[in-house]
Design a protein around this ligand. Structure first.
Ligand code: GLU
Length: 428
């Protein structure tokens, strides 16, 4: 068999095709939903700190906006491709639909590595990006947000550029903004917390107490950090965290069998935001290869890094004891690995359900921005919990009633909702 390189869009389309067939969608609906409805490719000329100009490649893909304005993050990544952005945009459509938000799906990306860019250069990229898509984004068209390697600061520069051009204040144009500048309390925590709200419900369903469980985590970014914080608060023990080492250009897994101290690990991040290997070793953490996170003898795996991490090869490393996988990342499990997880009866909380907390809170941020009235953190997180829990319950009820794998149940709900919206609008 030819070993083709991983292509997230091919994966997203094959996931869609399978459910579209089982739902009996007509050909036009399938053709509409298996591709983005619109996409923009652009060059971004950016002034660098040494006075020279460098041209970056940027994308914004709107997969579908039948249920509301497109919604989704903008990633900065050196390995970004348009197909990855297309896949992520499609997954955003299903994510907003499964969470029952009145939003569609989009995603953006810039091929760049923020590790090698100053803050001024990053600001210049953000502003150049908005100048290219200023007519195609906004509160009623397409609402960007942070994603891999972008933060509230990047969003603030972007909304500022948008507002400079439009000559007004449009806080609903972009979400994930800093608190006090149109952002919502709880937005930073929302994706990681949402993963754990879903995980808590799964444990309840399986009759397992959180305090009797252990977990291994891939990633140390925004999603992983808050997922671990809340999982530990509900009583769970994380024994391993895998994290990218920018200096070594590879990942390491940091393990402590009686439980890692997350605050301690957060306190020893290096200048790239990753865990400092020498300092972790000094504190008595075992330093294992990056891939080791998946092979830990735990009850729960939390892949919270990037796509393509549980693959046909790595899936066989998952120990028998693992009962639940909650996908904090987008697209971490390839279809061949997914087949194995299903056969083994592992309870998978699929990515676009598990990590829907981020966009759900973005929706709450938009609502607050539009009212120009901001809620207390408890109110935001309370609403987030209710919305995540009801999305989870709808999917798990469908899975139980129709004897479906959780991923298929989530896809069935999401695709049916979006297909219905396209039909109701008379598009197909
Ligand atoms: N980038 C996040 C995601 O993949 C959040 C998107 C948003 O808030 O619009 O779900």
């Amino acid at each position: 068999m030819v070993n083709r390189p991983f292509n997230a869009f091919v994966m997203a389309q094959s996931q869609f095709d399978k459910i579209a067939d089982s739902l009996g969608l007509d050909q036009a609906t399938k053709d509409l939903l298996r591709n983005p409805i619109r996409e923009y490719h652009f060059s971004l000329p950016v002034r660098m700190d040494d006075g020279s100009f460098k041209v970056f490649q940027g994308y914004r893909v709107q997969h579908n906006d039948a249920r509301g304005p497109a919604k989704g993050g903008i990633r900065f990544h050196p390995q970004e491709t348009v197909d990855t952005v297309r896949a992520l945009a499609m997954w955003m459509t299903w994510k907003c639909a499964v969470a029952d938000l009145p939003l569609g799906g989009g995603k953006g990306g810039v091929i760049c590595d923020p590790h090698n860019l100053s803050m001024t250069e990053q600001q210049n990229i953000c502003r150049a990006y908005v100048r290219q898509v200023v007519r195609d984004i906004g509160p009623i068209r397409d609402v960007p947000a942070p994603d891999v390697m972008t933060t509230g600061q990047h969003m603030l520069w972007m909304v500022d550029e948008y507002e400079q051009i439009h000559g007004g204040r449009y806080p609903g144009a972009i979400t994930g903004k800093p608190v006090g500048m149109g952002g919502s309390l709880g937005r930073t925590e929302a994706t990681g917390f949402g993963v754990v709200f879903a995980l808590r419900e799964a444990l309840k369903e399986l009759g397992i107490r959180p305090q009797d469980t252990t977990a291994s985590v891939q990633g140390f970014g925004n999603v992983a950090q808050y997922a671990v914080e809340l999982y530990q608060q509900i009583g769970g023990t994380v024994i391993a965290v895998s994290c990218w080492d920018q200096e070594a250009q590879r990942a390491h897994t940091f393990r402590r069998k009686d439980g890692i101290d997350f605050a301690e690990l957060r306190g020893i991040t290096d200048r790239f935001g990753g865990i400092s290997k020498p300092q972790a070793a000094n504190l008595g953490y075992e330093v294992l290869p990056g891939e080791a996170w998946i092979a830990q003898d735990v009850d729960i795996l939390l892949p919270c890094a990037l796509e393509n991490s549980i693959t046909g090869e790595s899936v066989i490393e998952i120990p028998k004891r693992v009962k639940i996988i909650a996908e904090g990342a987008n697209g971490p499990t390839t279809p061949d690995a997914d087949h194995v997880l299903r056969e083994r009866g592992i309870f998978v909380i699929p990515d676009f359900l598990a990590n829907a907390g981020g966009v759900t809170c973005s929706y709450l941020e938009q609502v607050q921005s539009n009212m120009n009235y901001f809620w207390e953190k408890d109110e935001v997180l309370g609403k987030l919990d209710v919305m995540m829990t009801s999305a989870f319950v709808a999917v798990s009820e469908m899975a139980r009633k129709r004897k479906l794998y959780m991923r298929d149940a989530a896809y069935t709900i999401a695709i049916a909702r979006v297909a219905q919206a396209c039909k109701d609008r008379g598009w197909v």
